[in-house]
Design a binder for this molecule. Sequence first.
Ligand code: FMN
Length: 391
Amino acid sequence: MPWKRRAFASRNLTRALNIADLRDLARRSVPGFVFEYVESGAEDEMTISGNREALRRLRLLPQTLVNTSGRQLRSTILGRPANAPLVIAPTGLNGLLHRDGDVILARAAAQLGIPYTLSTVSTTLLEEVASRAGGRLWMQLYVVKERAVPREIMRRAAAAGYEALVFTTDANVFGNREWDQRGYRAPGKPTLRASLDALRHPRWLWEVLLRHGLPRFRNLEPFVPANLTPMGASTVIPRLFDATIDWNDIGWIREHWPGKLLLKGVLSAADAERAAALGADGIVVSNHGGRQLDYCVAPIEVLPEIKAAAGGRLAVLIDGGFRRGTDVVKALALGAEAVLLGRATLYGLIAGGARGVDRALAILTSEIDRVLGQLGCNSIAELTPGHVRGA
Ligand SMILES: Cc1cc2nc3c(=O)[nH]c(=O)nc-3n(C[C@H](O)[C@H](O)[C@H](O)COP(=O)(O)O)c2cc1C
């Protein structure tokens, strides 16, 4: 990028005061169909708006006149120290947003000292992310019909040193994402309107599509058609998903996965009980950021009852709509061990690559730190459900 344009981009990034500002920058940086891929949800997107509304409804109750000069954000995630109570969530097709998206996100997480979760449908090989980024890496697993795929992913992730497997349990049936399909005539074939839109974003067109060829599903290469690219692939991916997955598959996963196991997509106390009984190490209370079931409960609404059911048996993590430090603090106070960031860090990635992701993480960590102090706490461990009203 010429220096003038780079200087302009980094000035814009420092002017982004919050995640919403980064989102605005991101929206302007890529063609509409790419932004919609990130932003969109299933059907009427009531789950997406519900995630935000449920967080907004909660109010914080501070304790006053507490010396909070010794504040720090260190915490423990899955039994190991982390510098902030955050994890970067698995998001597929990051290469469509930025050529080196997976590695950039993983490096930013490693630099901050938090885990990064690589999606099964990533556009970078899991081994490459491990060798180029390092840090704490978690591997997300989609169990697809062709069982050789998840078996291979588990074997390779274990060999590459991934610490945890995040088994996504809410993708037995693929969500109905209508926005996602509008930009394409067929997989890999954008509509005329989308093509013109791409031409209006020459930097994205050059960096993502033209310079190195279309991004591909690198982890799945032996199993998906060689010419399948992430563009419009949401019409192909649903056919891969396996509606037969059930609780018996936990045993099957345990046979193939030696590390920590998290189940992502748990939304009820009964399912948390089952996860604990089957020996999972943790759960992610999640509705897939509103991309699967529409009119789904918000994770933050069910967190208290799930936490009560899990007791100390499971690490309880959460995601869905977290855009502010206050959002994160609410979840931590209600018992979450950490919050997974989905779109928040993707906005940073689109808006400014590595600097944009760093900016997103810096915004959130400074907001969490400030809120902690304002509540009268010096550490994450001091947060209690008493700090939240309206749960
Ligand atoms: C663009 C995008 C791609 C995603 N891809 C995956 C995926 O491959 N696997 C998965 O388990 N979840 C996936 N998710 C869901 C996220 O892991 C996470 O649950 C969700 O984004 C959290 O909500 P938030 O975006 O509001 O923070 C994806 C989400 C987005 C926005």
